[in-house]
Design a protein around this ligand. Sequence first.
Ligand SMILES: Cc1ncc(C[n+]2csc(CCOP(=O)(O)OP(=O)(O)O)c2C)c(N)n1
Length: 340
Amino acid sequence: MEKIKTMKEEKKKNAQAPWADLNLSNEKLIKIYRDMLLIRRFEERAAQEYGKGKIGGFCHLYIGQEATGVGAIAPLREDDFIYTAYRDHGQAIARGMSSKGCMAELFGKATGVSKGIGGSMHFYDLSKGFMGGWGIVGGHPPLAAGSAFATKYQGRDSVTICFMGEASTNQGVFHEILNMAMLWKLPIIFICENNGYGMGTAISRAMAGEHLFEKAAGYEMARGAVNGMDVIEMYREMSVAIERARKESLPTFLEARTYRFRGHSMSDPGQYRTKDEIDEYKKRDPIETFGSALKQWNVLSESAIEKLEEEIKAEVQEAVEFADASPQPPIDVLYDHVYA
Ligand SMILES: Cc1ncc(C[n+]2csc(CCOP(=O)(O)OP(=O)(O)O)c2C)c(N)n1
């Protein structure tokens, strides 16, 4: 007798994979998953090392926001440029910067990606087009626009992407730079990672209006909101924006709605939000959601995921050992790159 299919099986049979309309090989899908998992495990370990006093100063974790960074960076070309704020570890790893160099930077060691004199907020790697890691809220979007202006001026078809937190959109400079980007038709994509809070202040207490992405409407810029907890949706919307920038030399403003599971920084007591709220968002954990989809569509098996976990655990362990064994930067570099 023919087995009666359950609704779930029927759905599974008829529906298409969420990435069916995108030209994504299994290899690329696995790389996207691996990058998200590596960011998560790297940062969990960074938090532990911070607790042991191996990492000092500011340290802002990206945990919860992995899909935004990975989904935005995965469709880029090697000759594209990335600018971001201080919550930069995840985007650096997504861009392929080595976990050893990143961990060593957190440890303040000479082998770090910024030679140990940048720290958590100032990751940098010119060879990857990763232009930082900037600490002043709203300070770096003008630099990113400058990069987009430069590549356009030189006749190259590189694209610049600029991550920023939602709080930076309340700065005056944000509006100045959106105006210029549209006026000069710059090949740039502004990605506003709206995680709902600027330090301990909920966005509703700091920003007039509900639809953040509509701030770009005043400049008649292509704009929209995207589910930043869904790596495939990010990839899809970014692909459209990248095409617009590369082919038409036009900017885009994307509001990625996301959430950070950890505090603003390592010293955040977190009294401005409830555990229930955090738990609610954890149900939408971007890594678990994507992992389940990959299993459902037979891209990865449970045992393949376990193997990836093992590999990543070993990679992070090696990164910590490398960072620990590396030398401090020499004292005479203290005033290098400091302008007065
Ligand atoms: C011009 C400026 N003002 C204040 C600060 C202090 N500050 C550091 S982080 C932060 C909140 C920024 O929130 P958001 O841009 O939404 O990024 P998120 O932390 O959510 O990633 C503030 C006010 C700063 N770094 N720069």
